[in-house]
Structure formats: C-alpha cells, structure tokens
Design a binder for this molecule. Structure first.
Ligand code: ADP
Ligand code: MG
Ligand code: MG
Length: 895
C-alpha cells in the first residue's frame, strides 16, 4: 500500500487507471497510507492478475506468487511479524475490491494464517485464549463458506448448539472450552481446510478472484450497470483485532449523514467484535456517538481523519475502522452511498464549504435524485386514521425515504413472481443478504426485522431508491409458516404472506393495510439552492404542460417559466361540460352547433383566465382542439348495450309515463349512436382531428379564439400582463396553417375591437407530422413560433401507434434488442431528431429568431433534454412534476 507513487507514475497519474488496476478498495487503502492515515500494512494483487487468472481457466499468471512472496516479506518487515511463525504470527485478511464498490457482493476471508501451532503461539503472545480461539473459528467458518463453498448454516448450527448448551445468547459469552469444541466441530465440517498458512492464502486469493463471476456479483452488476470485464483486485492486509477485549471495537461510519446529508459522523460500532459483525445485523450495534464517550481519543482521531478524507476525496466518505487495544486503524474508505435528499444537501454544502465548485455540485446530483423529492409519502389523514384504528404495527429505523404500499412477500423469489404479475410487493425479511437483491429490486419497499443504518438492506435500498425500514424488532418472522407475528398493545397480530402493509421509510413506521400516499412539495432548502444554481447555468427555458390553473400554479412554484402546452380538450371532459360538448358534436345544423358553442364559451374563457392569472407575465401556449371528436362520445358498444337495456325495460314498463320516458331515452341513444357511427373512422389518429377539425368546423376555432382573447382582455382589465399564444395542432401543409391563421386573426381582431384592449396575438403551430418538419421553412412564414409535439411526431415517423405499441410488440423489440431504447421514452436522435433538425434549420433560415420548443413527453426526459439543448431549441415543456428535474437536466446539458 505504500508504493502508490510508483503505481501512479506508471499510469501517467490517472487516478481512474489506478482504480481500474487496484480496485477502489486497494486504491483508497494506498491513498490513505500516503495521506499518513493509520492503515494496517498490506498489498494489492491487481485486477489484471485476476483477469489473467480467470481467462486462463483459473491458472494464476506467471510470476504472480513470487511477487506475492516478495510483497509479503515487505509486510513482515514492517510489522515485525512472520506469516506462519508460531513465535510471532502474522495474520492476514484477504479482501475483494473491484473498481466500483459492490458492497458484500464478493468475498473476504479474515484471520488467515491461523492453525493449531500459530494459534498456540498467539495465545502465548496475547495471553488471550478466548480471542484467539474466536478468531480461529471465524477463519475456519469463513474459509469453509467462501473458499470451500460449504453452507454457512452448517457452521451456524454448531454455534447455536454451543450457545444453547452453555445457556448464553451471544458467541462472545462462550467459554474458551466451548470455542475449542466449536473449532473441532468446524474442522470436521471443513475437512479440506488447509493448515499450511501459505496454502490458505493461495486458496483464498483464488477464491476471491472467482467470486467475481459468482451469481450474486453478476446479478448485482447487471442491476447496477457495472461492466462484467473489470475483474476484482485482492487486498492482502495485516489483521488488526477489534475483538481483543473491551478497549477494542469495530465499526462503520459516514462522514456526513447518508440519509439527510447533515454534517457530522453517522454510523454504528460494536465493542469487542470483528469484521462483519457490524453489518450482518446479528448483534445490536451502538450509534457512533457512544464511541465519543467510551473511547474519546479514538473518536476525535476518527473525526480528524474524516475531515482529512473529505478534503482529499472532496466527497462524503463511508469508512470502516477497527480499534485494537486503544489504537485506531482505518480499513476502508469510499464515496458514501446516500439518499437523494442527502445527495442534494451534501453537494450544496460541499460547494458552500468550497470543497467543490457549484458546477461540480450540479453534476453530482442526478435528475432521478431530484425526482425522488417528488416521491410519495404517506397521506397524513390516512396515517392518522390508521393510528386511530390501531393499524400502527411497529416502527424501525428510517433508512431510505418514501412511502411504499404493497403485499408482503417473505421470500425474494415470491417478490419477483408477484411483481412480474403487476402486484405491488413489500419484501419482508429478518435481514437481507446479497442473494436477496433480485427480490429487493422487484419490491416497492423493504422491511427487515434486524440490522442497522449500515446494514445490507439499508445500503441497497438507498442505492436503488427503495423506501425501507430496517430493524423492526417487534416483528417475528416464521419462515416455516410464512407468517410474522407482532405483539401490539391491541394483542398479537399475525401477518400472512400476501397481506397488505404500508411503510414509511422517512419515519420508520409500519402500518397494516393500504394507506393512501401523497406527493410532497419541494420545499427543501438545499434543493432550492441547487436548482437556483441550475437556473443560472442553463440556456434552455423550462415550461410546463398544464391544463388547469392548479397545475399551472404548481408548475410556476416548481420554477416553470410559462406554459408550453395547454390541451384545451381536457377541459371538455369535466362533468358539467361533457353533455354540452356532446350536443355540439352531434348537432346536425350549424345553428344548433353554435348554440352549444355559445354555452361552452364562458366556461373556456374562465379556464383560460385562470391559466393567464397563474402565469401572469409569462407565455401561455394554448393548443386548439386536437383529438378526434368521437373521443367525447360513448362508444358504439356502450350505446348498443344501453339501447338493449332500455328495450328490455320497455317490455316490463308499468305505466304509460314510464313508457314515455324510456322511449325518449331510447330515441336519444339511437340518435347518438347514428352520430357515433357517422363519426367513426378507420384510423381516427390520422382522421378528422387537429387543424382539420378547425377548418371543417370553423365555428369551433372561432369560439376557442374568442375565449382566449376575451380571457386576455379580462386579465388586462385586472391589471395583469397576459401572454397567450395560440397553437394550431397537427398541421402538415402550410395551406392549413394559413387558413387557420386567417380565421383566428379575424376573430381575435373582432374581440379586441369589441373590448378596446390591446393584446399581442401570437399564433404558432405544432410540428408533429413528418411533412410539417420537412416543410417547416414554409410554415415559418405563417407562424410566430414552432413547438415540436414529439409524441405524435415519433408515432408518425416510426409509423408505430403509441397507444398499442407500448404494451405490445415494442416491449418485445426492447427485450430482444431490436431497438435499444423506447423512442417514446427517449427522443430518437437518428430519425425523429433528424427531422427536427431539418425543421429548425429550415424555419430559422426564414425567421432567424423564431422561437422553437418541445412539448411532448420527452420534454421531461433528461437524455432528450440534453439533445434539445444541443439542437438549439429555446425551451422544453414537461409535466409540472418534471419541471425541477428538467431544470437540473438543462443545466447538466451545459456543463
Ligand atoms: P466488503 O467489501 O464486503 O466490505 P471488506 O474487505 O471490507 O469486505 O471486509 C469486510 C470486513 O472485514 C471489514 O469491514 C473489516 O471489518 C473486516 N476486515 C477486513 N480486513 C481486515 C483487517 N485487515 N483487519 C481487521 N478487520 C478486517
Ligand atoms: Mg468493506
Ligand atoms: Mg399531437
């Protein structure tokens, strides 16, 4: 570990190359050594050696063992101990460590070098037979399961019996005689356990190499998106002992809170313990603050080291330490895993503390993490009701925020099966192991009955953004019956597999049944700061797709700079308007249609006024009616069964008045059915919709224009600054836009004249057919702005029906790799994107300053946002909840 300079020099000083070669753990052990931090001496067998070994069919590369022997000699020299020498035995750990951290996924063996002779020597040296025998049994157990592939429960069973025979609860309470018995029993289980220390080391190193291709490791890499061809390094390191008595301890800590980001050490430790005891959840850990009282000198040294590490790595660190008889040793450091909230706070705090720049802070938070702030929480009323009717089940540690509601699965395979059936599942386990990760990924949330903040369950949950509550000690799981029992104040409750539970990873609460969830507001002060920095950096404007004033207000609160798309038809679906809308559509004369439109006018005007108020001073793009009219009517099938129903009731009608009424309804339904059939089209998405509707029924166009302009006039009268922009949908030929524009302009001019008010009339068009994109130069002559409707544009460019494809063959395409990405999720740069580029350059050749934006679903997708930035669009428009995400993504596109 003390030759980092040489390694770095050989790799041209590239830290990334150092990490690739030595693995993250090895690189950082050497890094800490160079910083003067106490690290037990050791050396790293490189990932190159691992890859060569695996490639050659488990044959170590030439010279590897000679180099190991040399390195071992240097370690012996610096420790003054000798490997395998009973008079001064050196014990080693053999630790996996890949380039990217894969906590607990591969294997580690501790206490290598112990056999009957060295054990005796160590007893003589330390005078602590209990410690030595405890270490010895750990070696055989770890070696047995990791290297020899024996089942760990064989060993655990022996320990269970020993504890039972002695009548004690923990291994630490076993006597020296008990431990001798345990070692004997272990040796009988692990018959191939080698007594030669060198042989132990050799087999352990090769086992760690092989663990790179173990199932757990492969599954984890698939889930975390880590390449499979990196290999793992092996760190061979002098053992230090946290199990040497009451002035020894072992623990893990984060230099800042991994859940909230608050400054100060956060972690767990155990007195008189070794290795995995802390993370395995088998013993109750103590919070790191207790260490300040128990071992104040070590604690303050740990605080200093934490600061040194943060300054050096310029990030929050997750460290492993051991205190051996009062001496502190660091065993590992890495960038700490953290929740979204913690990531944001840490990035902002580090920039404020000048450890990183604001640009780095922006780059360190992912759009997904911003999205997480909008994750569901338990609804307060629903929670209060649950508490009131005694459905509060238990509490545990709140290790990964967000609410999760689902049916209980006690088995990860069950969780996977149920999730595949579309059920929401909570994985409930005593503790989780790397073997359970597939179930954790399938689950909506995770609950464990044991373990702490740094337990496997907590780490994995945080990394994958799964709400989790761990250490719910009140819950007692019985895996033979697949039930869990809890003694509550209302008596014993039995939870069976498949029962509904709700958990809150932010508070640690668990409830029986399905609670409602809500999306919280974005009032986090660090997030506001970060997004403020994003706003200073980004060039793209961010607007929202919003149809109702409440959405517009929310969007503005989230930082939207206007409305990029208001879909007017959504308003017509409201219960008070649908009947009028249907009358308008089914009208057989223009006069009847005008009557219905007359009734709709004030309603639309009210809607638009609400939007203009919410977005006072900002652009509000209102799209004219777009969908095929049959969408507002009942289907032929629905009407058919209504008609049949009425006919049956007619035969059974009691009075003449009843007959009259039923007949009236029947005739109305039959008339409606005629209209539905008349409007029926073979391809409605390519039929009478968009601008075509407005040209066939200009009175609809006029009514909508009137509503918009009257709303603007009203807003002006209120002293506001309305900026409505009228958008014509689904244009494919400039003739359509020209005609629509004439109608809109004439009506707008009439309204303005009536009101004697001046409001600029801005008219633009959507670009959502390939022909519109190709002829955007012509459209630009008639348009004040362009907006790409990438949902339709993608649909029409691919010739794929979005409504059907995403539940059909498109999934198959993605599964088999025919398509790498869902083009409705990420904008397709090669096809749709190229059309957009043609459109932008064509339009700007005519009008260099023509504003152009995007209002399809892609407007909220970070990858598509980056593309829009590069393509020179002026803004993206997305759903209100994506606005904060888009603000960050647009800033990251600049960086
Ligand atoms: P992982 O990558 O799964 O965290 P590690 O290699 O960090 O595996 O080993 C797990 C634990 O074993 C460490 O957290 C530490 O407690 C213990 N350990 C490893 N090496 C040593 C050592 N040289 N001395 C004492 N304890 C060790
Ligand atoms: Mg570790
Ligand atoms: Mg469209």
């Amino acid at each position: 570990f003390d030759r980092l300079d040489a390694v770095e020099a050989s790799l041209d000083g590239s830290w990334d190359a150092v990490r690739s070669l030595l693995g993250g753990k090895g690189a950082n052990l050497a890094g800490m050594t160079r910083l003067g931090i106490p690290v037990p001496p050791g050396f790293t067998v490189t990932t190159e050696a691992c890859l060569a070994h695996l490639e050659a069919g488990n044959v170590p590369p030439d010279g590897m063992w000679d180099q190991v022997a040399d390195a071992l000699q240097a370690v012996e020299a610096s420790t003054g101990k000798r490997f395998g020498d009973p008079s001064s035995p050196l014990l080693l750990s053999c630790r996996s460590g890949a380039k990217f951290s894969m906590p607990g996924m591969m294997d580690t063996v501790l206490n290598i070098g112990l056999n009957d002779e060295t054990a005796k020597g160590l007893i003589a040296l330390t005078g602590d037979e209990h410690f030595v025998m405890d270490s010895y049994r750990r070696l055989i157990q770890m070696f047995g399961s990791v290297v020899l592939g024996l089942r760990d429960d064989l060993f655990e069973h022996v320990l269970d019996e020993a504890r039972a025979a002695r009548g004690v609860a923990t291994d630490a309470e076993l006597t020296v005689e008990d431990l001798h018995g345990v070692v004997q029993a272990f040796r009988r289980i692990a018959v191939r356990f080698p007594t030669d220390p060198m042989e132990q080391l050799r087999m352990a190193v090769e086992a760690v190499f092989s663990s790179w291709n173990g199932k757990r490791a492969v599954d984890y890499r698939n889930a975390a998106g880590i390449a499979h061809d990196l290999g793992t390094a092996v760190n061979v390191q002098t053992m230090v002992f946290g199990n040497l008595g009451e002035d020894s301890a072992t623990g893990v800590a984060m230099t800042r809170s991994g859940s909230t980001g608050a400054p100060g050490l956060e972690g767990d430790f155990l007195v008189n313990a070794q290795g995995e005891d802390v993370v395995s959840g088998t013993r109750a850990t103590r919070p790191i603050e207790d260490l300040a009282e128990l071992m104040p000198a070590s604690y303050s040294q740990l605080e200093t080291i934490a600061r040194v590490l943060e300054l050096h790595y310029r990030d929050m660190q997750d460290i492993e330490f051991t205190i051996e008889a009062g001496t502190l040793w660091l065993l590992q450091t890495r960038d700490g895993k953290r929740t979204a909230r913690s990531a944001v706070r840490i990035a902002v705090d580090l920039a404020t503390e000048d450890l990183i720049t604001q640009a780095e802070a922006l780059a360190r938070v992912t759009p997904d993490q911003v999205d997480f702030f909008l994750h569901p929480q338990l609804d307060a009323t629903s929670r209060a009701a649950a508490i009131a009717d005694g459905r509060a089940l238990a509490t545990g540690l709140n290790v990964s925020p967000g609410a999760a509601v689902g049916v209980v699965a006690f088995d990860p395979d069950v969780a996977v099966t149920w999730a595949a059936e579309g059920r929401d599942v909570l994985l409930v386990r005593a503790e989780t192991k790397p073997d359970d990760v597939h179930g954790m990924l399938a689950a909506k949330g995770i609950l464990t009955t044991r373990g702490g903040r740094t337990s496997h369950a907590a780490l994995v949950a945080r990394q994958f953004g799964k709400p989790a509550v761990v250490g719910v000690a009140a819950l007692d799981i019985d895996m033979t019956t697949h039930t869990a029992t809890v003694a509550t104040e209302h008596g014993e409750v039995v939870i069976s597999e498949g029962d509904w539970l709700s958990l809150d990873g932010s508070s640690g609460e668990v409830f029986i049944g399905r609670l409602d969830t809500v999306v919280p507001d974005l009032s986090d002060e660090w997030l506001s700061t970060l997004l403020g920095w994003a706003d200073e950096v980004r060039r793209l404007g961010i607007r929202a797709n919003a149809d109702y004033p409440v959405d517009a207000e929310r969007a503005r609160g989230y930082g939207a700079e206007g409305i990029g798309l208001c879909r007017t038809e959504h308003m017509f679906f409201q219960a008070d308007r649908l009947p009028i809308m249907q009358r308008m559509i089914t009208a057989t004369t223009t006069a009847d249609r005008r009557d219905a439109l007359e009734e709709l006018l004030p309603m639309q005007e009210g809607d638009f006024l609400g939007l203009l108020r919410a977005m006072d001073g900002l652009p509000v793009i209102i799209r004219l009616l777009d969908p095929p009219l049959h969408e507002f009517l009942p289907t032929h099938e629905e009407l058919g069964s209504r008609i049949t129903d009425a006919k049956i009731r007619l035969t059974a009608a009691g009075s003449l008045a009843d007959v009259d009424e039923l007949l009236g309804g029947l005739r109305a339904d039959e008339d409606l059915d005629d209209r539905v059939r008349a409007l029926q089209e073979a391809n409605p998405m390519l039929g009478l919709r968009g601008v075509r509707l407005g040209l066939v029924h200009p009175e609809i166009l006029r009514m909508q224009t009137r509503a918009i302009v009257q709303a603007a006039c009203a807003a002006v009268t209120e002293g506001l600054d309305p900026r409505p922009e009228i958008m014509v949908p689904l244009v494919s030929h400039v003739g359509e836009l020209r005609t629509a524009r004439e109608i809109v302009e004439a009506e707008a001019a009439a309204v303005l004249a009536e009101h004697g008010v001046e409001v600029p009339i801005v008219i633009g068009t959507m670009v959502e057919t390939p022909r519109a994109a190709i002829t955007a130069g012509q459209l630009a002559g008639e348009a004040d702005f362009l907006s790409f409707g990438t949902n339709d544009l993608t649909q029409m460019t691919f010739g794929i029906s979005r409504d059907d494809a995403e539940s059909g063959f498109l999934l198959e395409y993605l599964r088999t790799g025919v398509l790498a990405d869902n083009p409705f999720g990420h904008l397709d740069p090669d096809g749709v994107g190229q059309l957009m580029e043609i459109a932008i350059s064509g339009a700007r050749a005519v009008k260099p300053d023509l504003a152009a934006g995007i209002c399809g679903e892609h407007g909220g997708d970070p990858r598509s946002i980056a593309w829009c930035h590069e393509a020179g669009l002026d803004y993206v428009s997305c759903s209100p909840f994506r606005v904060p995400v888009a603000r960050l993504a647009a800033a990251q596109a600049v960086l």
